[in-house]
Design a protein around this ligand. Structure first.
Ligand code: HEC
Ligand code: HEC
Length: 410
C-alpha cells in the first residue's frame, strides 16, 4: 500500500541534491555543536526518500478508478464539469477539476450507513439529489443560509461567519475567472484551512508571499499524487497570480487568527474510515489504525458545506504524542532539532518563520515528508533539513501529532 513519490517529485529531488550537499555544511557555521560534528564527518550519504504512503493523500474512488463507460450523459452544469479522467491531465486542467470534483460528493443525499453496512464510496450523485438544489442550508453557529450550488461556487466562497473577519480582498473572496479560484473557497474566509490544504491564518505576511512566489515559479511543487486535485489546483492557480494579488492575500491572511481546528486521538482501533471529499469520513464498524495518521471529518456534511468551525479528529498510533513531544522539545539525542529554536517557545513562529502549533496533523506530516524527501527544497526550506534528515515516517507522525495537538497560540 505504498506509493513512491510521483515522477515530478523525483525531478525535484535531482534538482535539490546540490542543496543537500550545501546544507550539510551549513549548520556548522550557524548552529550548535552536534550538527557541526556531523558536518565534518565524511560525506553523509543523502538519505533515501521515504515512500509517501497512499493513506496520506486520500483520493475519491471515481477519480482513482474512473468508471469506463459513462452511465449517463453529463448533467447540464452551470460551469463546465470535468470528468474524473481529466484529473490526471496537466496541472492546469486539474485546477478546474478541484473546483468541481468535490461536487458529486457534496451533492450526494446525506446517508448515514448503518454500522456494519458497506457504503459505496465515490458513487456519483444520484438524480434524487436534484430537487433539493434550491434548499437553503446552514451550519451550526451561523446565521447565513446558502444553496448547495452557492456553497460549491469556487468563485464566491461561502462565508458562514462574515462578522468574524474584515473585508476580504477580491482575490480571496471571489478569485479571478477563469483560472484562479477564490482562496477562501479552499482555505476558508478566515484562513482556518482544511486538512486537504493548509491553514493560512496568522502565517507571516513575508512567508505567505514567498510561498506564493515559489508556487508560481515552480520552486515549490505540488505535493502528493497527480490525482490529488487540491495540491495540483493550488499549484496551477498560482501560475497566473499577479504581484498585487499575492500582496493583498498575504496581508489579509496574515491578519487572521487560527482557532483550534484539530483534535488528536491515540488509538489502536479506530472507526472505519473511508476517503470522502479529499479527507476521511467514518463509515461504521471499526478497523486497526496500524502505523497511519488518519484525519477524519466527524461530520462529513459539515466538511462538504465548508464549515470553517468544525473540528477534525486525527487518529495516531499509541505513544505518538509522548514521542512527538520528546523529539520536538529535546531533539531526542540529536535525532532531530528542537523546534522552538526557530519556531519559538509556543511554536508560534516569527515574522518570517511560520507558526506550526495547532495546524492540521495531515498538513504537518505532508510538509515534513516534503522537506525530508527534498521536494520542498527552496533556499528557505534548507533550514528544515537538519530537523528532518534523520527522521523516519513514524517519527514524523509523532511530531505531526504532538505539534498538531497544541492549541494555536493566540
Ligand atoms: C483548490 C483549493 C485551493 C485554492 C483555491 C487555493 N489554495 Fe492555497 N493551498 C491549497 C493546498 C492543497 C495547499 C497545500 C499545498 C501543498 O501541500 O503542497 C495550499 C497551500 C497554500 C499556501 C502555503 C501555506 C504554507 O503554510 O506554506 C499558501 C500561502 C496558499 N495556499 C495561499 C493561497 C492563496 C493566496 C490562494 C488564492 C489566490 C489560494 N491559496 C487558493 C489549496 C488551495
Ligand atoms: C533551524 C531552524 C528550524 C528548526 C530547528 C525547525 N524549523 Fe521548521 N521551519 C523552519 C523554517 C525557516 C521554515 C520555513 C521554510 C520555508 O520557508 O520553506 C520551517 C517550516 C516548517 C514547516 C512547514 C510549515 C508550513 O507552513 O508549511 C513545518 C511543518 C516545520 N517547519 C516543522 C518543524 C518541526 C516539527 C520542528 C522540530 C522538530 C522544526 N520545524 C524545527 C526552520 C526551522
Amino acid at each position: 500500500m505504498i506509493r513512491l513519490v510521483a515522477l515530478a517529485a523525483c525531478g525535484a529531488l535531482l534538482a535539490s541534491s546540490q542543496s543537500w550537499a550545501q546544507t550539510a555544511a551549513k549548520p556548522a557555521a550557524t548552529t550548535a555543536a552536534p550538527s557541526a560534528a556531523q558536518a565534518v564527518t565524511p560525506p553523509v550519504a543523502k538519505p533515501d526518500p521515504i515512500p509517501v504512503p497512499d493513506w496520506l493523500y486520500p483520493i475519491p474512488e471515481d477519480v482513482l478508478h474512473p468508471p469506463k463507460p459513462p452511465k449517463e450523459p453529463p448533467k447540464p452544469p452551470k460551469e463546465p464539469v470535468k470528468t474524473a479522467k481529466d484529473a490526471s491531465k496537466s496541472a492546469k486542467d486539474t485546477a478546474k477539476v478541484a473546483e468541481t470534483a468535490p461536487k458529486p460528493e457534496a451533492a450526494k443525499p446525506v446517508e448515514t450507513p448503518k454500522p456494519g453496512e458497506t457504503p459505496k464510496p465515490g458513487v456519483p450523485a444520484k438524480d434524487a439529489a436534484k430537487p433539493d438544489e434550491g434548499e437553503l442550508l446552514t451550519v451550526p453557529d451561523s446565521t447565513q443560509k446558502f444553496t448547495l450550488a452557492r456553497i460549491n461556487d469556487a468563485f464566491e466562497a461561502p462565508d458562514w461567519h462574515p462578522e468574524s473577519h474584515g473585508p476580504m480582498p477580491d482575490i480571496v473572496a471571489r478569485g479571478r475567472k477563469p483560472k484562479v479560484m477564490a482562496c477562501a473557497f479552499c482555505h476558508t474566509p478566515t484562513g482556518q484551512g482544511r486538512p486537504e490544504n493548509s491553514a493560512l491564518a496568522g502565517l507571516p505576511e513575508a512567508y505567505i508571499k514567498e510561498q506564493l512566489q515559489d508556487f508560481r515559479s515552480g520552486k515549490r511543487p505540488a505535493l502528493g499524487p497527480e490525482k490529488y486535485a487540491p495540491t495540483q489546483a493550488m499549484h496551477a492557480l498560482s501560475a497566473t497570480l499577479t504581484d498585487a494579488e499575492i500582496d493583498a492575500s498575504a496581508q489579509y491572511f496574515s491578519q487572521q487568527k487560527l482557532a483550534r481546528r484539530h483534535y488528536v486521538i491515540e488509538s489502536i482501533n479506530i472507526p472505519r474510515a473511508e476517503e470522502a471529499a479529499w479527507v476521511y469520513k467514518e463509515v461504521g464498524g471499526s478497523e486497526d489504525l496500524g502505523d497511519r495518521l488518519i484525519e477524519v471529518a466527524p461530520d462529513i456534511t459539515r466538511h462538504e458545506h465548508r464549515d470553517d468551525r468544525m473540528q477534525y479528529t486525527a487518529y495516531v498510533p499509541p505513544g505518538s504524542l509522548f514521542r512527538g513531544k520528546l523529539l520536538a522539545t529535546t531533539g531526542d539525542k540529536g535525532k532531530t532539532q528542537v523546534c522552538s529554536t526557530c519556531h519559538l517557545a509556543k511554536l508560534q513562529g516569527t515574522d518570517k518563520i511560520p507558526p506550526i502549533a495547532g495546524r492540521s496533523p495531515t498538513y504537518l506530516l505532508r510538509q515534513l515528508l516534503a522537506f525530508r524527501n527534498g521536494e520542498r527544497a527552496t533556499e528557505a526550506a534548507q533550514q528544515m533539513i537538519p530537523t528532518v534528515e534523520k527522521l523516519e515516517l513514524d517519527d514524523m507522525i509523532a511530531l505531526a501529532a504532538y505539534v498538531g495537538s497544541l492549541y494555536p497560540p493566540q
